[in-house]
Design a protein. Structure first.
Lengths: 362, 378, 302
């Protein structure tokens, strides 16, 4: 890589496999993937041991509840519990743990305690799409609007628009998201009577058949309005501010002056020179946003009675349905980890400086 | 301050006014100031010179002399805080004389790159980090012409070869994968992509190691021979001027204090500052006498004293230097200087005889060496 | 004789007071660095004073079932709740628990973060790796859902346990910041000097490095308090924290779930805790920003 062609010791002379392995391990993408898998594994383990080691382990509690309620024998209760929790309580804990992992790998998360016929996975599948829909849409809107406004603010620094947007953004960001949600309902729904909130409960109107059609999509969208609005308002502030500061930094860089010196057009400079460089730091912000929104979904969905994963988690907690609780919690955490991983991979894709160095502090 | 028209060297036609077809860029009494919270700071206080087709002009000065500001102004790339507050800037573009300061935005955009290209220091961030070199060549061309990618890259490859780089490897690379010297050469090649008539280089060899500096200098010299563009390069390094320039201008505190053919400047300098610069450069031959650094420090541009800005550090300054406006006078055909004591400066030089190394002035006229000499006009 | 000793004592006392006053004055200057920060600090101080005085001065408002959801009037400036109890009294009394739990959670979290962050940075090696790994995991897990799950398992009766629980999940952010700062300060000259003088690890940590991080720590304390209040009120809202007593979170829960929002008259029943909580959060965030502005140049010098 030096301008002077110095002779360098020839690395390729070493055994090919070792060099290849070294390159794989140092590769940025592989590193991030490995880290994500490790974290998922650790979280699964931790959640397993929390459930089984806590005072008054839910499994034991359930067994005794069954005995008390239905008067069945310990063995029968134990078998029922084993089936529901997808574990075998007789075996030593380590064995149970391995069984659990095995079941997990096969997609068996156990059955719901309250509706023993329903598997946790089916519960998840029923409610996840709604959360994905609202959260996904909200992230998209928040991101796009955020970076556009942020860039605008940077180009028009110190203007009225800049100050106003900064102020609004930080106010909405500081107020807790559930409070904003309540405010939206109270002000828009009740006081101003702009929206019929009673009808907006639920993820879709009764009688509307789920399917791939516009009518259903619009209906779903209408029901998801308030959650999406709340997510967007509470996260857009940080997008705007981050984009504004990174755009301002990019505008000051030498390569922008050089680009103008080369006679490049304003649009090209704004998109490929300023924009692309300014967006890079936002990718890490993205991962944080996902965590924030997913974490808040339990509150927002409960408030708006929007039947997604957050809502069902809340009712599972309230009703002590441990298997469902555990399963949903696991899925939520895994999706945040996956989102982080995607953000990391994306970062490597859009910032060429990171790729070659392999495991650099991303 | 009155300025007499610069008399160019006899190589080109005798008429020095902007309408002379040999002159491609005419700068008259250009004044540039920075707006700060603490008022207006003048960076360039009346610069006047001509750039002729195909000639190589070096603008030499310390940091703070205003040379970079002047360079940026020629392309109208001054930062927002800076403003041209006086003077004129005229360019002969395709036979037509244009006023650069009044150029419309779209024409200005085309001007940059097609008529006049600027090459910045390649050190850190002069190239967009997220685009490959190939894309940056294509960008530059697409902004001005409608050529196919193949044609663009063909020319790019040729230019890269001319600057002694391996075309395929460089085109595929990202800026951070190249060394400082390679980036500098890429910038030069980029600058020449659109066949400009003038190439302005800002500190082309600063921050590069000695070997790479040599390589760049050779490259520039060869390119100029092959392509015939006019070159204006800005530097603090006098030796660069010795290698590449036809004419040299020295700048101090926002003014061009001396301007002339390279030989005259080096062997017969007329301004104390130029002389001091020369004396501060060690050479291989000549005696190992103590180098003379210039005493004092560059002036604070906010509180410039009246008279000559160099007088506090000048070895031959007199009372008048402190109080009067210093006009620019012609020393000989082609050489001008802004100094009242230029004859004194020149006489010392002539007395020294042939200058090959650090001067043996010590045994020469000791009296005039005294700092704050208060003798009358020599 | 007595005259001499008394007059000798005065300057000593004054000197001691000055030494105490200095950091306080410093803090006030930093908080008031920009005008918004000044306003925010005053607002917060007023709220804190009210929240701690009110439970002493204002008695618990009695229910009045004849007067449910009454509109604002002279007797009840903010109206009444679902039981007919005065809303204003509840709001005034409702801040104490919230603020205490917030402060305790922030304090414990800060303590954990400082101790382990400094330790990790200073010790390095496998300890550092372990602590950082743990912090990473806790950071990745979505905070609030885990909190909700744990709160359900643990049946918290005492608000202070709630504070502890919140603290246990919120230390990673500050830990990383502390660790980063300590890592960079570790190589500074005065630390080298201290090490050369063999002053001991703890001494170096607590006397040399940490005092320089006062600004960071103050900022994160305030921020972590906002996070603790967010988590707390959220848990109350969902009903996962015990609904005994009256605090803003409980008010919010009751107002929402008893349908206060559907009556135009009871507008203030739901709005009062909202306004209170929002003002506190906004004030603290503004204070943080003011602190940041004030301390940044100094931090940069480091």
């Amino acid at each position: 890589m030096s301008s002077i062609a110095l002779a360098r010791p020839d690395r390729a002379a070493r055994p090919g496999i070792r060099a290849l392995l070294a390159r794989i391990v140092r590769n940025y993408y592989v590193g991030r993937l490995a880290k994500a898998l490790l974290t998922i594994y650790l979280v699964t383990t931790i959640s397993f041991f929390i459930v089984h080691l806590m005072p008054g382990s839910p499994v034991e509690v359930y067994i005794y509840t069954l005995i008390a309620q239905y008067g069945i024998s310990y063995n029968d209760a134990k078998n029922q519990a084993a089936a529901l929790f997808a574990v075998n309580v007789d075996e030593p804990l380590w064995q149970q743990y391995l069984d659990y992992l095995g079941q997990l790998a096969r997609g068996n998360l156990g059955n719901s305690l309250l509706s023993p016929g329903t598997s946790v996975s089916s519960v998840l599948l029923a409610y996840m799409p709604w959360t994905l829909f609202s959260v996904g849409l909200a992230l998209l809107i928040s991101f796009v609007l955020g970076i556009l406004l942020g860039m605008l603010m940077a180009y028009r620094r110190e203007s009225l628009l800049d100050h106003l947007l900064s102020l609004l953004g930080s106010i909405f960001h500081s107020v807790p998201n559930y409070i904003l949600g309540i405010l939206l309902v109270v002000i828009l729904g009740i006081q101003l009577n702009l929206v019929n909130i009673a009808a907006m409960r639920g993820s879709f109107s009764p009688g509307v058949r789920p399917g791939i059609n516009l009518h259903f999509f619009l209906d779903a969208l209408w029901h998801a309005e308030f959650p999406i609005l709340t997510y967007v308002l509470t996260t857009i502030g940080s997008w705007m501010l981050t984009m504004k500061s990174s755009t301002s930094a990019a505008l000051d860089e030498d390569y922008v002056t050089v680009a103008r010196a080369r006679g490049l057009g304003d649009w090209r400079i704004m998109t490929a020179y300023v924009g692309r460089n300014a967006v890079i730091p936002l990718v890490t912000q993205f991962a944080i946003s996902v965590g924030f929104i997913v974490g808040g979904s339990i509150l927002i969905e409960t408030l708006f009675v929007y039947q997604g994963v957050g809502w069902i988690l809340n009712s599972a907690i309230a009703q002590r349905d441990y298997t469902v609780m555990q399963g949903i919690f696991l899925i939520i955490t895994i999706s945040v980890i996956v989102a982080n991983l995607l953000a990391d991979l994306l970062y490597g894709r859009i910032d060429p400086r990171v790729r070659i160095q392999g495991e650099s502090g991303g | 301050m009155t300025t007499e028209p610069v008399i160019r060297p006899t190589a080109v036609s005798p008429d020095g006014t902007p309408s002379d077809p040999g002159v491609i860029l005419a700068v008259r009494d250009l004044q540039i100031a920075y707006r700060t919270a603490r008022g207006s700071i003048p960076a360039v206080r009346g610069a006047t010179f001509d750039l002729h087709r195909g000639e190589s002009l070096a603008l030499i000065g310390e940091s703070g002399s205003g040379k970079t500001t002047l360079g940026l102004a020629l392309m109208r790339l001054l930062p927002r805080a800076a403003q041209v507050i006086g003077g004129s800037l005229r360019y002969r573009w395709k036979g037509e004389e244009v006023d650069l300061l009044a150029l419309a935005p779209e024409r200005l955009r085309r001007f940059r790159g097609e008529a006049c290209a600027m090459v910045f220091q390649g050190a850190q961030n002069a190239l967009n980090p997220v685009l490959t070199i190939r894309d940056q060549f294509i960008d530059t061309d697409r902004a001005h012409r409608r050529r196919s990618t193949r044609q663009i890259l063909e020319q790019a490859r040729e230019l890269l070869r001319m600057v002694q780089l391996e075309p395929e490897r460089v085109l595929r690379a990202y800026p951070h994968e190249l060394s400082g010297g390679m980036r500098q050469r890429v910038l030069i090649a980029l600058g020449l992509l659109l066949d400009p008539e003038v190439l302005i280089l800002d500190e082309p060899t600063t921050a590069l190691d000695i070997l790479t500096q040599r390589a760049i200098i050779d490259v520039l010299r060869r390119l100029k021979e092959q392509l015939g563009f006019a070159m204006l390069f800005i530097s603090h390094d006098l030796s660069l001027a010795a290698e590449l320039a036809d004419r040299v201008a020295t700048m101090y505190a926002g003014r061009i204090v001396e301007l002339g053919p390279v030989d005259d400047i080096f062997y017969r300098p007329a301004h104390p500052y130029t002389r001091a610069l020369l004396d501060a450069v060690p050479t291989l031959s000549g005696e190992t006498e103590a180098l003379r650094s210039i005493p004092g420090s560059p002036p604070d541009l906010r509180n410039l004293p009246p008279g000559c800005p160099f007088h506090p550090r000048c070895a031959v300054a007199i009372e008048r230097c402190r109080t009067e406006e210093i006009p620019t006078v012609a020393v000989s055909p082609g050489q001008t200087v802004a100094c009242l004591r230029w004859q004194e400066v020149r006489r010392d030089r002539r007395r020294d005889g042939q200058r090959t190394g650090s001067s043996d002035r010590a045994e020469a006229d000791g009296a005039s060496r005294a700092p704050r000499a208060t003798e009358g006009e020599g | 004789m007595a005259v001499i000793t008394r007059s000798a004592r005065v300057p000593a006392v004054r000197a001691a007071l000055d030494r105490l006053a200095a950091p306080v004055r410093g803090a006030m200057a930093a908080l008031g660095y920009n005008p918004a920060g000044r306003a925010a600090t005053w607002a917060l101080l007023i709220i804190v004073v009210i929240s701690f005085l009110a439970p002493v001065v204002v008695p618990e408002p009695p229910p009045d079932y004849a007067n449910i959801y009454a509109p604002p009037s002279a007797a009840h400036p903010l109206g009444t709740d679902f039981q007919g109890a005065d809303v204003l009294a509840q709001v005034l009394r409702g801040g104490q628990t919230v603020l205490i739990v917030g402060a305790v959670a922030a304090a414990v979290s800060t303590l954990i973060a400082i101790t382990f962050g400094a330790l990790a940075a200073y010790a390095g090696g496998w300890l550092d790796g372990l602590i950082t790994g743990l912090a990473d995991i806790v950071l990745t897990i979505p905070n609030f859902p885990l909190l909700a799950v744990l709160a359900a398992y643990l049946r918290l009766n005492n608000p202070l346990f709630l504070a502890l629980l919140i603290a246990v999940l919120s230390w990673p952010t500050l830990l990383r910041a502390v660790r980063g700062q300590v890592l960079s300060l570790k190589e500074r000259d005065y630390v080298e000097a201290a090490r050369a003088l063999d002053l001991g690890t703890l001494h170096i940590l607590f006397r040399e490095i940490l005092p320089n991080m006062r600004a960071y720590i103050a900022m994160y304390f305030v921020l972590s308090m906002t996070g603790a209040i967010y988590a707390q009120v959220g848990l109350y809202l969902l009903g996962f924290a015990p609904l005994a007593g009256d605090n803003w979170g409980i008010m919010l829960n009751l107002a929402w779930y008893r349908g206060a929002i559907f009556y135009k008259n009871s507008f203030w029943y739901i709005m009062a805790p909202i306004v209170a909580i929002s003002v506190v959060q906004l004030a603290m965030v503004t204070m943080t920003r003011s602190l940041e502005e004030a301390f940044n140049p100094r931090l940069r010098k480091m």
